[in-house]
Design a protein around this ligand. Structure first.
Ligand SMILES: Nc1nc2c(c(=O)[nH]1)N[C@H]1C(S)=C(S)[C@@H](COP(=O)(O)O)O[C@H]1N2
Ligand SMILES: [Mo]
Length: 247
């Protein structure tokens, strides 16, 4: 399972570049048609690959960062992990990678960290500014040996809605964006359970529902067809939310 050796190597800071080609050349092409597809293409044409989402200062941080959607996953497995302070939690990195990983919380915290203060925008009509800390996702994918056939990164979560697990996905441009982090801290403290403990995705150029909480696994895939209902995310599948939710 761990890959304790991998985890330690990761912790030791050997996650260095070398695979710039991964993100450099491909923009994902998905099967969606019509207006959403156009939004996606136009945005990818007009927005610089690494353009940053606005960042704020400590003075801007919202006093309370509310919770939305799941506030406590009900799976017994999650309850067990939470009861042990997530000591047994592992983030599985798999799919189209040459070196699958199982990373402990401790190892994630030992990686180079990024802290950013950003605004979260939920489609339900609220926003909040929070300070997030965690390792950048890109180097982890590189370390896992992301295959050149991978086009999307899928995030699998511990919570479910009526038996359907929450999941989300992004293209490689967003996956390798410098502000895309696996956040384990909010406002300088370990991520509270209502906000996605132990680790949640921050994908700052996308709307709230793309920021998968309660991460269980990260999977590299060539197509979204076989994932969930095929539209790339829980809300995309059940409520026709846009897969590309760029802001
Ligand atoms: N696993 C999981 N991730 C999720 C959700 C959820 O219900 N389950 N809700 C999404 C929505 S709609 C929003 S706005 C944000 C809310 O994050 P917060 O609870 O930290 O405010 O998480 C997103 N990620
Ligand atoms: Mo949301």
């Amino acid at each position: 399972m761990v890959s304790r050796r991998n985890a330690l190597t990761i912790g030791g800071g050997l996650l260095v570049a070398g695979c710039d080609r991964i993100a450099a050349t491909r923009t994902a092409q998905h099967g969606f048609k019509g207006a959403e597809d156009l939004t996606y293409r136009v945005s990818r044409l007009l927005t610089a690959r690494d353009a940053l989402a606005p960042q704020f200062t400590g003075a801007d941080v919202s006093p309370i960062f509310r919770s939305n959607g799941t506030a406590m996953p009900r799976s017994p497995e999650y309850a067990r992990l939470a009861a042990a302070n997530f000591a047994g939690w592992r983030l599985h990195v798999g799919g189209l990678v040459s070196r699958p990983l199982a990373i402990s919380l401790e190892s994630l915290k030992a990686l180079p960290q990024r802290t950013q203060i950003t605004r979260h925008d939920c489609v339900e009509g609220w926003s909040a500014i929070g300070q997030w800390t965690g390792p950048v996702l890109g180097p982890i994918l590189q370390f896992a040996g992301l295959s050149s056939t991978a086009r999307y990164i899928v995030f699998h979560c511990y919570d479910d809605f009526g038996g359907t697990q929450y999941y989300e996905s992004v293209d490689l441009v967003d996956a390798f964006h410098p502000q895309t982090i696996l956040a384990w801290a909010l406002n300088g403290r370990p991520l509270p359970v209502p906000n996605g403990a132990p680790v949640r995705l921050r994908i700052e150029r996308q709307l709230g529902y793309k920021h998968a909480k309660y991460l269980r696994a990260v999977e590299a895939v060539a197509s979204l067809d076989q994932v969930g209902g095929g539209k790339g995310g829980y809300w995309e599948d059940v409520a026709d939310y846009a897969w590309f939710a760029g802001i």
